[in-house]
Write a protein that binds this ligand. Sequence first.
Ligand code: PEP
Ligand code: MG
Length: 317
Amino acid sequence: AMASRLSDFDGNGRTADGHLVPLLANVGGAKDAVAAAAAGAQGVGLLRTEFCFLGRDTEPSIEEQVEAYRGVFDAFGGKKVVIRTLDAGADKPLPFLTDATEPNPALGVRGYRTDWTTPGVLDRQLAAIASATEGSAADVWVMAPMIATVDEAEHFASMCASAGLKTPGVMVEIPAAALRSELIFEHVEFASIGTNDLTQYTMAADRQLGPLAALNSPWQPAVLQLIGLTVAGAVAEGHDKPVGVCGEAAADPALAVVLTGLGVSTLSMTSRALAAVAAVLASVTLDQAKDLAQLALAAPTAAAAKESVRSRLPVLA
Ligand code: PEP
Ligand code: MG
């Protein structure tokens, strides 16, 4: 069943009753973006800009950055491209931003926080993004990684405004941000949930450690509950803002159904996963997806959540 459905993939995600869930790609540069466009992605949901400059000892110049970003924008013509500001950290070192001697890098100065220790780099990156956006047809959205507080979201939005960037957003990948999303959405236009880090920080389980893999599952009902809270904050009285998912969870077809049922509006993933996710989404109605989301939320364990959802998706049998 899967094989014949895969060949029907037209690049868009939709449920059996026609609810659209644009499927976007996670990319690390222009080469990935060209491949993602060829695979049918509707845009980019996460451009990991640190991948453009990994291992560099010195800050890339504005010109160099403009060229890297424009290569991605150009691959997607008039489509949406969500660009994330540098997320240097333990697993993605940028020697001009990160301190290799930190004892606990997952809880250290990473992502947006590097603006406090190395001010200026983020301003220059935003200037480069604004410059790359000029003359490009792409619909460019900008988000900061590792936002924990409402203040940080407000400050990032003001930095974007100063750079002339219109659509500021945040990644929700720290539980505090999920819990406070309603207030965060007073300052930003969208959020994208990074389930890899949201899971790591919810479960207090280093995402790089094999022995903790079972804890580190985005099927953990606690993680799903935080995703639901984030969406609730986005549609709370007074605003209606889009929430995407760009962590690995979006690439798991059964979980993609659950995320859709929780109210997530776009899913961004490695382009290899696009067709399989589209096929499973097409096998359920939006109401069925909502029911499956409730089932997963009510499950006592990650394994039970996964099993009960998967067993109700005949297309996966
Ligand atoms: C995430 O944390 O889920 C995410 C998408 O960001 P990264 O994997 O780059 O930390
Ligand atoms: Mg992350």
